[in-house]
Ligand binder design. Structure first.
Ligand code: FAD
Length: 321
């Protein structure tokens, strides 16, 4: 039986959904694998350890330290590496999030192994496990096979469904002490922007505004629609550059990558750099007054019209449902 460790990620004391997706990914790699969750942080991590087990892990190892209160690649690098060296796993899975993108290449280098990043699907061809990942800004997909060494993978959030939570599932939560030294980065304060409500990277519905929204005031109807649909608001870089919203909302090649069930692009032209961050969304709706806008080439449904009329009408109709 193989052993796969899942590096958990939490925000404000709660494990992020992508952690549970990573557990499901580990089971896709090897249905019989022993899955060990690694959870780092400060304070009591028992509850998070139990939570990852309820989502399919067999046991959890927690590393609590005051220097792990906030993520730093040095602190988390030392903690996670110590657990990996203890466990000697056959595989490692983590979410392809900002933290995952920062931490996993560092770990791969330390472990002298390769890394398949940003997998959106895990399947099997003949006797090999295949990892499908987008390339060329999402214009094509490639399948990777790991032939040697550790199976080290990051998975794109919202693509691999988590296993059903089993409240009765039990396993050991072991706390490990790691001496965290040599941290050159000291986080003095964390100022969160645009994180109220649903987390953009994990949202099932995203309403994104572009330069066509014309002002920060113009984003208000998008927030109202997002609230009705239980979604998050995102933006194109055009809107961020124009200071209509914060860069934390930017979606695209140099922003966040999202894969919601529903993506509504409002007043966004559909530049290739924007498509790189959203074209794998399950259903794409575009609202644009220009029928020739490139966004319609990737949209499943298109509404040609003035967003200032269309968005409030849409919200009104949804409220009636
Ligand atoms: P525009 O292209 O100006 O489009 C505005 C749209 O709104 C138009 O289609 C117009 O028809 C429509 N519109 C206007 N008024 C209305 C109305 N009343 N009703 C309905 N529709 C209306 N961009 C990103 O988004 N994300 C990235 O990560 C990113 N990274 C980049 C990296 C690099 C290296 C470079 C060079 C560029 C990057 N860009 C990125 C920028 C990208 O090339 C585009 O400039 C940007 O996406 C355009 O934003 P937009 O679609 O909001 O604006």
């Amino acid at each position: 039986m193989s052993k796969i460790v899942v590096i958990g990620e939490s925000r404000e004391g709660e494990l992020r959904n992508v952690t549970f997706e990573a557990v499901a990914a580990a089971k896709k790699i090897d249905a019989d694998a022993e899955v060990v969750g690694i959870i780092c942080g400060n304070g009591d991590l028992q509850v998070q350890g139990e939570e990852i087990i309820r989502y399919g892990a067999d046991r959890a190892v927690t590393v609590a330290h005051e220097k792990l209160e906030n993520y730093t690649s040095e602190g988390y690098g030392q903690a996670v590496l110590a657990v990996i060296q203890d466990e000697s796993p056959d595989g490692i899975v983590m979410g392809h999030t900002s933290i995952g993108k920062d931490l996993t290449p560092k770990l791969a280098a330390k472990l002298g192994t390769g890394l398949v990043s940003d997998a959106v699907d895990i399947g099997a061809d003949d006797d090999n496990i295949t990892f499908t990942r987008p390339i060329y800004s999402g214009k094509a997909f490639e399948k990777k096979v790991i032939t040697d060494g550790l199976t080290f993978v990051t998975i794109r959030p919202n693509n691999i469904a988590p296993l059903e939570k089993d409240e009765s599932r039990e396993g050991k939560v072991i706390s490990k002490e790691v001496d965290i030294t040599d941290i050159r980065t000291v986080i003095k304060d964390v100022i969160r922007k645009a994180t109220e409500g649903v987390d953009l990277s994990e949202a099932n519905v995203v309403i994104a505004g572009g330069r066509g929204v014309k002002s920060d005031e113009g984003f208000k109807p998008l927030y109202e629609l997002a609230e009705e649909l239980g979604g998050a608001v995102g933006a194109s870089r055009g809107a961020c550059d124009a200071e209509y919203c914060d860069y934390a909302l930017q979606i695209g090649q140099t922003g966040k990558v999202v894969t919601p069930d529903l993506y509504i692009a409002v007043g966004i032209s559909g530049a290739i750099q924007h498509l790189a961050g959203m074209s794998n969304s399950k259903v794409i709706v575009a609202i644009n007054k220009d029928p020739e806008a490139n966004i319609f080439n990737v949209a499943d449904y298109g509404i040609v019209g003035d967003l200032f009329e269309v968005v409030p009408k849409l919200t009104e109709e949804i409220r009636k449902m």
